[in-house]
Design a protein around this ligand. Structure first.
Ligand code: WT7
Length: 660
């Protein structure tokens, strides 16, 4: 499975023997404790029942913790009832914490807003009433396409409050991507904004919504947040200003308890086929594991910490570790709209200094970018408030881990590398700060209550020191409950490789101590800057361009973004001649890159597009991406004996050697 390149990286990694034992002073105050492992091992279900009751407020207690009788469709806490928004907001106000800041919002242009839990409650109640007035009832879906503004959090919680599953679509996705997600979930309402601020300028969102909604018969209303004050086209039948509607709405709303298995949200993610999968999460189990992991892995003390997760709410990290986990725990957090280098490369560190952020959770790609900018930038700021650092989204190389701890964490903070997925809903593998001796580069071990393993082709557990497939062999509370509208695809995608066992799609190795080192995907899924992209989806986008006959896409190792999208395309007859004209080749490449951005979104733009005469295929017609990856990574091309025509690789390489 793992190819030569990743084997080599891994061997280097496994020579990594630095270890950072917990500081006793940290351990003395840590939320997570070593005996959580014993409790969970003694009786997993009782452990999860305790977590659910300890961390959440239920309006009806449950009598059965797990029902696995219809596996792989799990039911957790099924006869219990609770409301996720009540748990994230109301109960903190009722407990006397209404004046606590929930969100320190920092807009990219420098505007700021502090929103207390009492203010958040007022907004969520009004927004819930607006949704009800717009024709949304319990069970109806709402699409959310917003920049990183407090209204995104309010919108998600308002949906949860009335039991309308939200489908958040990342603001960087195109009109086409939004349209297909609206259609798949048959969303009744879209919540958007005129635009958001990105890299120093307003960037419009409403035009993409207008384009998508024109072809979306399910959409009754579009609620529009005013953020950038850009001019927007207006459809009087459907469009409603968010601020006007909220102001006019009643501030009274009682949260209705939902069944624990009531759908909370759908979040689309890339799979190995062209069509994104709507990953379904439900209420009780998801919220339990979100709150629990945020508490024990990030070591959140809500009364004293300032927490910041730099993800976008459009990804699962934003769902679980901006909205549901920290708010269920009553934490105070920073919400930042923009990019780390606007208007200067110290923007993040300036925010940490200003708000005395104590817990920071980000992605390896961001850390590597900051390393590239140099340590003198963070060193200009007082980062001494930081006491826990976290990493998520892709493997973090030991150099980046050590830099993160030294330069950002002042050489003293624990750094937790957390492995999980959109499908798992919450953190599955991570060290516990204050408990685990930390090994840079390894996600280490399953959190208490979770059972993972590395297995061989036959599904047998491998010994320490060996590699294989990363699997999860016991159901967990925040597990996906299915793929929206496609139960067969759910079983087939996750539960068929190894009978009755969840296969995550990642390769991994266990070291001599049993620590897990995640290698990356073993399927046709790429990880670019922690964003999941499907090779097939980008290939379909390329082939939908009139000049492209065939396309193959691979993820090539990239020092900053982890992987980068590299495309190989075969042009149609007329286009070939055109591309041969002087200077035309570059134009064509630019045109194709923009086409991918239009079809999927700017994040999917290939770093490189190589025009080739042939693609390497096996006799059964399967593209051998392994060989293309060798080319993209400037390596000697591997074994070509299974190719239908072994001269193809020579042709590709000769073509590339030709001056442009
Ligand atoms: C894929 C899931 C989890 C939220 C962000 C991504 C990779 C994630 C790690 C990590 C190594 C990681 C895996 C996984 N991944 N975290 N700590 N170490 N790899 O969620 O978009 O669903 O992607 O991201 O390959 O399968 P996602």
């Amino acid at each position: 499975m793992a190819d030569a390149a990743s084997e080599e990286t891994l061997d280097n990694l496994l020579r990594e023997d630095r270890e950072f034992p917990p500081d006793p002073a940290f351990t003395a105050q840590a939320v997570g404790t070593a005996d959580l492992y014993d409790q969970a091992d003694a009786d997993r279900e009782t452990f999860w029942a305790d977590q659910a009751r300890e961390r959440l407020t239920w309006s009806t207690d449950f009598t059965q913790t797990l029902d696995w009788s219809e596996a792989p469709f799990a039911k957790w806490y099924a006869d219990g009832r609770l409301n996720a928004a009540y748990n994230c907001v109301d109960r903190h106000v009722e407990a006397g914490h209404g004046d606590r800041v929930a969100l320190h919002f920092v807009g990219e242009p420098g505007d700021t807003r502090d929103i207390t839990y009492a203010e958040l409650l007022d907004q969520v109640k009004r927004a819930a009433n607006v949704l009800l007035e717009s024709g949304v009832s319990k069970g109806d879906r709402v699409a959310i396409y917003l920049p990183m503004v407090p209204e995104a959090v309010v919108a998600m919680l308002a949906c949860a409050r009335i039991g309308a599953p939200h489908s958040v679509v990342f603001g960087g996705f195109s009109a086409d991507a939004l349209r297909s997600r609206i259609a798949d979930a048959e969303a009744k309402v879209v919540i958007t904004a005129d635009g958001g601020f990105r890299r120093g300028k307003p960037s419009g969102l409403k035009p993409a919504v207008d384009e998508a909604v024109a072809d979306s018969p399910s959409v009754l209303k579009v609620l529009v947040v005013k953020r950038t004050e850009q001019d927007v086209a207006w459809n009087d039948d459907k469009d409603v200003w968010w601020h006007e509607a909220l102001e006019a709405a009643s501030a009274e709303h009682t949260a209705e308890p939902m069944e624990a298995e009531h759908p909370l949200f759908i979040l689309y993610t890339s799979g190995t086929t062209g069509k994104p999968k709507g990953i379904l999460h439900t209420t009780g189990g998801y919220l339990t594991q979100a709150a629990y992991t945020n508490a024990v892995v990030h070591d959140v003390h809500p009364e004293s910490d300032v927490y910041w997760c730099s993800a976008d709410v459009g990804w699962v990290t934003g769902h679980t570790y901006i909205v549901y986990g920290p708010l269920a725990n009553g934490a105070t957090q920073v919400l930042y709209e923009g990019t780390p280098d606007t208007p200067h490369q110290g923007r993040w560190w300036e925010i940490i200094e200003k708000y005395k952020v104590s817990i920071f959770y980000t992605a390896p790609t961001a850390i590597r970018t900051c390393m590239k900018w140099g340590k003198d930038i963070p060193e200009k700021f007082d980062l001494s408030s930081l006491r826990v650092l976290g990493s998520v989204g892709e493997p973090i190389n030991p150099e980046a881990w050590v830099w993160y701890r030294q330069v950002i964490g002042g050489g003293k903070t624990p750094v937790v590398d957390t492995w999980w997925q959109t499908e798992t809903g919450a953190i599955m593998i991570s060290a516990l700060p204050g408990v685990t001796a930390l090994k840079p580069g390894s996600a280490q071990i399953a959190v208490p209550g979770i059972s993972v393993d590395v297995v061989d082709e036959q599904g047998n557990s491998v010994d320490n020191g060996h590699g294989g497939y990363l699997i999860i062999d016991k159901p967990w509370p925040s597990m996906l409950r299915g793929i929206w509208g496609d139960p067969e695809r759910f079983k087939e995608t996750y539960w068929s490789r190894f009978e009755g066992i969840y296969f995550a799609g990642d390769g991994a190795k266990k070291d001599e101590q049993g620590n897990i080192w995640v290698l990356g995907r073993v399927d046709d899924v790429m990880n670019v800057s922690g964003h999941r992209l499907s090779t097939t989806e980008i290939e379909s986008a390329l082939v939908s361009h009139p000049k492209v006959a065939e396309a193959a896409v691979v993820g090539a190792t990239d020092a900053t973004t982890g992987q980068a999208v590299c495309a190989f395309v075969i042009l149609r007859g007329d286009a070939v001649q055109e591309a041969d004209e002087p200077g035309e080749g570059e134009d064509l490449v630019a045109e194709l890159r923009n086409h991918v951005a239009k079809e999927i979104g700017a994040i999917a733009k290939p770093r490189q597009i190589l025009v080739v005469a042939e693609l390497p295929k096996t006799r059964s017609g399967k593209i051998m991406r392994r060989l293309l990856r060798d080319v993209a990574e400037n390596r000697e091309v591997g074994d070509v004996t299974t190719l239908a025509d072994s001269s193809v690789m020579d042709l590709i390489q000769q073509g590339l050697a030709k001056p442009a």
